[in-house]
Design a binder for this molecule. Structure first.
Ligand SMILES: C[S@@+](CC[C@H](N)C(=O)[O-])C[C@H]1O[C@@H](n2cnc3c(N)ncnc32)[C@H](O)[C@@H]1O
Length: 346
């Protein structure tokens, strides 16, 4: 036997499952996204239904209904007993629109927008150009969103769903006892401020965002009875100063912007903090070896699709930018799932 023949990989050594699973991953992804679009899990919450009833209520064609619903069973989103379909427990908690724990908003947006835009990934990889509504001089999504309060509220609520796990963890994990006042920069609906304020009755805080978010933040804060401790500050973080506070938080902000803009925002945070104050940056921070946090790396490709210069980054990258801005000490802590926070002390 020749050496090269002996070294050739055999079918028994390798299996194609992983390649096929990722390559055809859009089958499962779109099945889930369509179920969310049809509000299937909301209909099933508290009302398990048989095939015939569900087919009629969801407006499914008889040809598709059984395969669609059973695929959702096989994927773990539904359960079926004696022909009756019900939500799996986690589906029921997170994908029933009537529960405050609903996280489907971000998936609704993914279905309506990103699923199509990602079809142009190859073009984005070759050109470095974004592929969303703004492609070729179109009206950027955010311009439309800020002009439509109802849609803007939907977006802010979707961000709350996406960030909820990390927000609860930051409220619990960060040493809040050392500080009095915080400001959440790019706060959207303000869930991080709300979770921190609920967990620490001594603290007061600001939510900082573009003026259009003011009423949405204030309504959410009032719903939680925190109007006496949380206030909205309207501003553009590139045009003016950041609010002064002991702790500044930036969640899913830096990855939207290019390196120069990232450095500008970190420098503004440094200026707004007192000596000993902290900047907390959190998002899907990529592992330093850039080989493990696939979600963080794919998020960065999503920034390629969605923004002119945005990208995700490692904790080592972020700490280097923070130290260059003058921060004395930096550290990173894992939060939950793909999310970590990077902390800098002035
Ligand atoms: C991706 S969302 C992050 C929301 C929230 N921090 C979270 O992690 O869930 C980005 C936020 O930054 C805000 N934003 C964008 N440009 C801004 C600017 N120039 N000044 C202030 N806020 C801005 C947006 O309105 C939006 O609420």
């Amino acid at each position: 036997m020749s050496t090269s023949a002996a070294a050739a990989p055999s079918g028994a050594q390798f299996a194609p499952e992983h390649i096929m699973q990722v390559g055809l991953g859009f089958w499962g992804s779109k099945t889930l996204l369509s179920a969310i679009e049809m509000e299937l899990f909301t209909q099933l919450a508290g009302h398990p239904q048989d095939l015939e009833t569900l087919t009629g209520r969801a407006g499914l064609h008889p040809r598709s209904a059984r395969d669609f619903l059973d695929a959702l069973v096989a994927l773990g989103f539904l359960e079926r007993t004696d022909g009756v379909y019900r939500n799996a427990p986690d589906t029921d908690l997170f994908l029933d629109k009537h529960k405050p724990s609903y996280i489907g908003g971000v998936l609704e947006m993914a279905n309506a927008r990103l699923f199509g835009f990602w079809n142009s990934l190859t073009e984005a990889l070759r050109t470095g150009e974004l592929q969303n509504e703004a492609k070729g001089g179109g009206v950027p999504l955010f311009q439309e969103l800020y002009a439509d309060p109802a849609r803007l509220k939907g977006f802010a609520a979707a961000m709350t769903g996406l960030s909820r796990g990390a927000s609860l963890q930051i409220a619990e994990q960060f040493p809040w006892g050392d500080y009095k006042r915080f400001a959440d920069i790019g706060t959207a609906q303000g869930d991080l401020s709300v979770q921190v304020a609920l967990a620490h009755p001594r603290l007061t805080g600001y939510g900082f965002d573009l003026p259009e978010l003011g009423p949405i933040f204030e309504e959410y804060v009032e719903q939680h009875g925190l109007g006496d401790r949380l206030a909205f500050v309207a501003g553009d973080f590139f045009a003016g100063d950041l609010p002064r506070a002991d702790v500044l938080l930036m969640g899913h902000i830096l990855h939207d912007w290019n390196l120069e803009e990232k450095r500008t925002l970190i420098a503004k945070a440094y200026d707004a903090l007192p000596t000993g104050g902290a900047l907390v940056v959190y998002e899907t921070i990529i592992d330093d070896d850039r080989s493990q946090n696939a979600f963080g790396l794919l998020m960065s490709l999503n920034m390629l699709i969605e923004t002119h210069g945005g990208f995700d980054y490692t904790a080592a990258d972020c700490m280097e930018w923070m130290r260059t801005a003058g921060f004395a000490r930096t550290r990173t802590e894992h939060l939950v799932g793909p999310d970590s926070m990077v902390i800098a002390i002035k």
